[in-house]
Design a protein around this ligand. Structure first.
Ligand SMILES: *[C@@H]1O[C@H](CO)[C@@H](O)[C@H](O)[C@H]1NC(C)=O
Ligand SMILES: *[C@@H]1O[C@H](CO)[C@@H](O)[C@H](O)[C@H]1NC(C)=O
Ligand SMILES: *[C@@H]1O[C@H](CO)[C@@H](O)[C@H](O)[C@H]1NC(C)=O
Length: 384
């Protein structure tokens, strides 16, 4: 009986001890906030701007959306500043969780200048960390999921490199009130294996700049992310198949000039296959008005295949055209070999000659195109 009394007494004492711990923080806070004006910035008394140091921890980097010209980013936005009004006698730092209490303390109104849509994670609680040390140093960390605009330049698509930025500033406080700085050593904290769909992150550059607006000069922070598209997918899904289709169209030059079904079906099939492929590529991209690297490639392949079909038309026409005027025939050097034939004379030898030229001319010009295309588009492409 005595033992149970003692355990109850101990439990009570323990609860009381904890309670004094909590009330101590609350007492200190309430005391501090009595003469605290949330509208005044921390350094208002000294008539100087408050320095806000920012660090971004990139939790994940969403895929770049070419159609909407944006990307999404999941960051822990960590803001540090000093509010001397919150200096206190507590031995430890306070973590303030109550949103109502947080509202009573001055916080910078940081926002993303190029944001399209953003939200703070709230599962299971709002993802906000608010910590005040006894020297008045404050850490305010928020987990934000933001969709930021990024102007994509697709001239070199799919061998393109993009620069996407995040631009932070204060909405209402000019540079007389808030000065933003990047945290000195690691402004952007990247996890070891950050994966971005379709892209590689080559690097970033962080800068501080003054943003002059009609409403005043605002201190702002900018970070540029350099990204390079992973093009293995496009090589396998576009470049290799189109090379094969173009090569197949050349088979036609080895067939007889009079083999109409064979040569027509090769020409039409390759042309249709290319058209379907080109349609698939077009679907993934916004309707920009300039020409992309992939357009040049597909366009050239179209020209090659279409040229092969035209060549057949010419060859077939020649092969069936009867030689009527022998006088003009004698003037032509190639015509003479045909004169030995017994059957009605046609330009079939010229047709065969044209096929023989095409066998070299078509692959040759395609090869030449490749010698121009690849150096041109890969010249300023960062291969590693
Ligand atoms: C803010 O930072 C600037 C330079 O980084 C420094 O000169 C200034 O003293 C700082 N202000 C405060 C209140 O610490
Ligand atoms: C702070 O903690 C130290 C030991 O960690 C202790 O000696 C001191 O009395 C504490 N001060 C207050 C004000 O609680
Ligand atoms: C903004 O800064 C410029 C020079 O940096 C200065 O001429 C201008 O007066 C400033 N504007 C305001 C509203 O302070």
């Amino acid at each position: 009986m005595w033992s149970s009394f003692f355990t109850q007494l101990l439990a009570l004492l323990f609860i009381a001890g904890c309670a004094t711990g909590i009330t101590q923080q609350r007492k200190v806070l309430e005391q501090l906030l009595k003469s605290y004006d949330v509208n005044e910035w921390p350094d208002a008394d000294y008539d100087r701007p408050t320095n806000i140091s920012i660090q971004m921890f990139i939790n994940s980097f969403g895929s770049l959306n070419a159609a909407n010209m944006d990307y999404s980013i999941d960051v822990f936005l960590r803001q540090h500043w000093v509010d001397e009004r919150l200096k206190n006698s507590l031995n430890r730092s306070m973590t303030i969780r109550d949103p109502e209490m947080q509202k009573k303390i001055w916080r910078p109104d940081t926002y993303f200048h190029n944001v399209k849509d953003a939200e703070i994670h709230t599962v299971t609680m709002p993802n906000i960390q608010f910590r005040v040390t006894n020297t008045g140093q404050i850490l305010y960390s928020v987990r934000v999921n933001a969709k930021l605009s990024c102007h994509l330049m697709l001239e070199h698509y799919p061998f393109d490199e993009q620069t996407c930025h995040a631009h932070l500033s204060s909405y209402a406080n000019t540079d007389e009130i808030i000065h933003f700085h990047w945290v000195e050593r690691i402004p952007i904290d990247l996890p070891d294996e950050l994966e971005i769909a379709q892209f590689d992150l080559l690097g970033y550059s962080a800068s501080e700049e003054l943003m002059p607006l009609q409403t005043g000069n605002f201190s702002s922070l900018k970070v540029d992310f350099q990204l390079r598209r992973q093009n293995g997918y496009h090589i396998l899904q576009t470049y290799v198949p189109t090379v094969l289709i173009v090569s197949i169209s050349w088979v036609s030059f080895w067939l007889d000039p009079n083999s109409v079904p064979g040569r027509v079906s090769i020409g039409v099939t390759t042309l249709l296959t290319l058209t379907t492929l080109a349609g698939g590529i077009r679907q993934q991209l916004p309707p920009v008005s300039y020409i992309k690297a992939i357009d040049v490639w597909v366009g050239m392949c179209m020209i090659m295949v279409f040229g092969a079909l035209l060549e057949f038309t010419l060859v077939n026409w020649l092969a069936n055209k009867k030689i009527l005027d022998t006088q003009t025939c004698q003037l032509m050097p190639m015509c003479k070999t045909g004169e030995d034939d017994e059957s009605p004379k046609t330009y079939v030898n010229q047709a065969r000659f044209l096929d023989r030229i095409s066998r070299a001319l078509f692959p040759g010009s395609f090869l030449l195109f490749n010698f121009i295309y690849w150096p041109y588009y890969l010249s300023d492409y960062n291969l590693e």
